[in-house]
Write a protein that binds this ligand. Structure first.
Ligand code: DX5
Ligand code: ZN
Length: 217
């Protein structure tokens, strides 16, 4: 089953409640929240207070993508704020095993994100403990970047390594690239510009879902 996750990063921040309602009513499966610290990535976004506010105005599960240097310090706060899924980067400074311990203790679904130029072997030993692997298809930090096709084989490689959890792909997903990642085995598709930069959010989400399922929209 393919799930579509609009990324709030591309929404109009002056109208957050109605932006969220538009994708919830438009068929989004989860909401993807990009947390950036200006250190792990050269951009800053938001933290737990905004996640808490978002949680109050939607029934959608929240998928928090932590692009931060010290995830271990903050996972408690994001879980308390209402995150249902939390992914952190294997390249971050903390011991990934300890971060997963914390996520398990908090009862949050655990994901590890991996940059396009990081070897998959860094996540291999952690796979049995993960509900999700987030394969970055751009270098993290900004919405609206171009999909990097060279990451496609890693989706299949993850399956070859025996990973049976969710594979999320993030960056440059649109109606052209969605079928490529779905065909390779991705199950959760993040889309920022391809949803929030479109007038009709229902049509955008339906179009991505149809493209990923190999159906012409
Ligand atoms: C990039 C973020 C993405 C971003 C995707 O660092 O992790 O979630 O919002 O945006 P698009 O879909 O526009 O590439
Ligand atoms: Zn993201």
């Amino acid at each position: 089953m393919i799930r579509i996750l609009p990324s709030l990063l591309s929404a109009d921040f002056t109208q957050l409640a109605s932006e969220i309602a538009s994708v919830e009513q438009g068929g989004a499966d989860l909401l993807h929240l990009d947390v950036m610290d200006g250190h792990f990535v050269p951009n800053l976004t938001f933290g737990p207070p905004l996640v808490e506010s978002v949680n109050k105005c939607t029934a959608l599960e929240l998928d928090c993508h932590l692009m931060i240097s010290h995830p271990l310090r903050y996972v408690d706060a994001f879980a308390k704020a209402g995150a249902d899924w939390i992914s952190f980067h294997v390249e971050a400074e903390d011991d990934p095993g300890k971060v997963i311990d914390a996520l398990e203790r908090l009862g949050v679904k655990a994901g590890i994100a991996i940059n396009p130029d990081t070897t998959l072997y860094r996540v291999k030993p952690l796979l049995p403990r993960l509900q999700m692997v987030l394969v970055m298809s751009v270098f993290p930090g900004f919405g609206g970047q171009k999909f990097i096709p060279e990451v496609l084989p890693r989706i299949k490689e993850l399956r070859n390594l025996g990973f049976t959890g969710e594979i999320e792909v993030d960056g440059g997903i649109d109606a052209r690239t969605a079928p490529l990642v779905a065909e390779a085995g991705a199950t959760m598709l993040v889309a920022g510009s391809a949803v929030f930069r479109q007038q009709d959010r229902s049509a955008a989400i339906a179009g991505l879902r149809a493209a990923a399922s190999g159906v012409r929209s």
